[in-house]
Design a protein around this ligand. Structure first.
Ligand code: BTN
Length: 344
């Protein structure tokens, strides 16, 4: 097999040497590491080390010390740099290429640009902060610095002799896959009771804390690539006033902080399993699982504000492409491809 080229340095992405510095401190967590040793091993000047320690402190990483005494981590850092994330993704199809940003406009926009430029399947784009995070239906996604997960995954679900691949009309199944993966991770890490509101919202106590934005480049018969963007409100202590009535964070819902690294690793491990199962066995197990854990899939009275009409009725499950079926009040069964669903 031809050797894969190393990840390129994308404009604005985190300098891999900062990443290395953090990895070095994490590997030597119990000792003070001298500035000279860090500078030598990372390959920069001691003043650059001092500057980067400042950058990391600005992101909430607790580092004791200064250039004369050396440096030591006070706590395990919860920053999503490849050096800390990659070892937690072993055995999955993700994590061979991770592009990390301290700040970017939107991880989905970055991932779409990279995918158009042939970035391979399984590449991750992760940010600590987004300045123009995008939600469904043209909405914005609130992306406070180091409080949430802001992640995009590049997928190329191709037909091969051994795998069934996905047709463009099946792409919505990837939104369900991501929702289930995020749900399993949150339940596993926090123990919270989590509901899934079709197609892509994760709710705790009726309030949304996670959303998924799936974007695709395809022709009639073939998907070129899909970008699945996942946003999770993790450690937000407060949300903007306009979101407070409808949104929450895991910290607000559980009363304690949650490790973003642990949550992200668990989400990607879960995504890996659901994705492989989808390509191996088709959509039936995924739809069955969604129906099992989502109170919205079946028997829920809902209003659906779809692009061209508003429907009121009772949900009657999902078809094999992930389309929601709603029995309208006039008795007709209507397939819903997209729209905002609310309980009525
Ligand atoms: C929604 O519920 O409306 C979808 C929200 C998706 C937000 C995520 S955050 C990471 C990725 N980058 C973006 O700009 N959007 C998605």
């Amino acid at each position: 097999m031809p050797k894969r080229p190393p990840p390129r340095n994308v404009a604005g992405a985190t300098d891999r040497r900062i990443d290395k510095l953090l990895g070095l401190l994490a590997d030597n967590a119990t000792v003070v590491v001298s500035g000279a040793k860090i500078a030598r091993q990372v390959g920069v000047s001691r003043s650059a080390v001092w500057r980067w320690v400042g950058t990391l402190r600005g992101l909430g990483v607790k580092i004791k010390g200064h250039p004369k005494t050396g440096y030591q981590l006070e706590t395990v850092p919860d920053i999503l740099v490849p050096e800390l994330l990659q070892p937690r993704l072993k055995g999955t199809q993700f994590g061979r290429r991770i592009h990390h940003f301290f700040k970017t406009d939107s991880t989905n926009s970055v991932a779409l640009r990279l995918a158009a430029d042939n970035e391979p399947h399984g590449t991750l784009v992760v940010a600590e902060e987004q300045t123009a995070g995008r939600g469904r239906l043209g909405r914005a996604w609130h992306s406070e610095k180091t409080s949430g997960l802001y992640l995009s995954i590049i997928l190329r679900p191709e037909f091969t002799p051994t795998k069934s691949g996905l047709a463009p009309q099946q792409a919505p199944l990837l939104t369900l896959t991501a929702g289930l993966a995020a749900r399993d991770a949150v339940v596993g890490v926090t123990g919270l009771a989590v509901d899934l509101r079709w197609p892509n919202d994760l709710l705790a106590g009726g309030r949304k804390f996670c959303g998924i934005l799936t974007e695709m480049q395809a022709e009639a018969q073939r998907i070129h690539y899909v970008v699945v963007g996942i946003g999770v409100n993790v450690n937000h202590a407060k949300l903007p006033a306009e979101l407070e009535p409808i949104a929450t964070s895991l910290r607000l819902a559980t009363g304690r902080g949650v490790s973003r690294l642990e949550l992200l690793a668990s989400l990607l491990a879960s995504f890996d399993r659901y994705y492989n199962q989808l390509l191996r066995e088709g959509s039936a197990p995924l739809i069955a699982r969604f129906t099992e854990v989502s109170s919205y899939a079946q028997g829920k009275r809902v209003r659906v504000v779809a692009p061209r009409e508003t429907i009121t009725g009772v949900t009657e499950g999902l078809d094999s492409t992930g389309t929601l079926l709603v029995r309208r009040d006039d008795g007709q069964l209507v397939p819903v491809l997209a729209g905002d669903v609310t309980e009525v």
